[in-house]
Design a protein around this ligand. Structure first.
Ligand code: SF4
Length: 287
């Protein structure tokens, strides 16, 4: 029996879609990329950036850093992790690890949630996110930490525009009860900190507000409503061809054979594969 699912090239009207910040970011950068990646689930025929080996290296380095951070936060003895970092073949990792161990004493609270998945309804769909670390303190106050493992430290203005900066605090407020039964958070009780492994002294703190929460809710609902309304031929290719330089679908779109260089990108290069969401593990919130 053929059990292969037919891929739809629009959102399935009968089924909710799990929107991650990455999916929303892709849609905002290029509707066609969203369709290829999340609806058609097309294989990636082209490397995202050149040189390919360096790209791969960045992905794996980011993954290893996230694993070390996760293990440290879950209580694995630091001397064991020191040895793992010191033995790593990548010249950046041992330094990043040292940077992280200096941050560790700050990451205290009443309760810590490591690599936690949250989900909440978004119209007829769901919004999902995986958090590197959430620190809950009396008040209550919730600090969202996100480890960034690009080599460049992105500008605040660039970060503020990212879907992640909108989705993570919004969902933390919306789905707070998924962390602890009965927990309720006001937007002003949430803040987000981007911490840069290569630039540990320059974290970016973003305070959340009721006004921003309302705006995020309006914008996110508007966005998924717009995606719901698109027919298959309305997932247009971006007119910003610069975005194609770093996109794996260039050959599908005849947007050039050569990828952009990582060193030429003036934005943070966020390695694909750094964030993996296991949808089966998401803390479901009932409303
Ligand atoms: S190559 Fe360009 S047009 Fe095609 S999916 Fe990627 S970003 Fe969109």
């Amino acid at each position: 029996m053929d059990t292969a699912k037919r891929r739809l090239d629009t959102l399935d009207p009968k089924q909710a879609f799990a929107f991650s910040q990455a999916a929303l970011q892709d849609y905002q950068e290029c509707r066609r990329r969203f369709q290829l990646r999340y609806l058609l689930q097309a294989a990636w025929p082209a490397p995202q950036a050149e040189p390919v080996r360096e790209h791969e290296r960045q992905i794996r380095r980011g993954e290893r850093f996230h694993r070390l951070a996760q293990q440290a936060l879950l209580g694995v003895p630091l001397d064991r992790l020191d040895a793992v970092a010191a033995a790593d073949s990548d010249e950046h990792l041992a330094q990043w690890w040292q940077n992280f161990t200096r941050l560790l004493p700050e990451l205290q609270g009443e309760q810590r949630y490591v690599e936690t998945l949250l989900s909440a309804p978004l119209g007829r769909h769901r919004l999902v996110a995986k958090y590197d670390l959430l620190v809950l303190s009396p008040g209550p106050k919730l600090v969202i930490y996100d480890w960034k493992t690009g080599l460049k430290r992105p500008r605040r203005a660039w970060l503020e525009k990212r879907s992640q900066t909108r989705v993570y605090p919004y969902l933390a407020v919306k789905a707070a009860a998924g962390l602890r039964s009965g927990l309720s958070l006001l937007p002003q009780q949430v803040e987000m900190i981007y911490w840069f492994a290569a630039h540990p002294g320059q974290p970016e703190k973003i305070l959340y507000t009721p006004e921003q929460y309302e705006k995020d809710e309006r914008d996110l609902l508007g966005l998924v409503h717009e995606i719901d309304s698109l027919s298959s031929n309305q997932f247009d290719m971006t007119i910003e061809e610069r975005a194609c330089q770093y996109c794996v679908y260039r050959s599908y779109c005849a947007r050039g054979a050569a990828a952009g260089s990582l060193t030429e990108s003036d934005e943070e290069f966020e390695p694909e594969g750094e964030i993996t969401i296991d949808f089966d593990q998401i803390a479901e919130i009932s409303f």
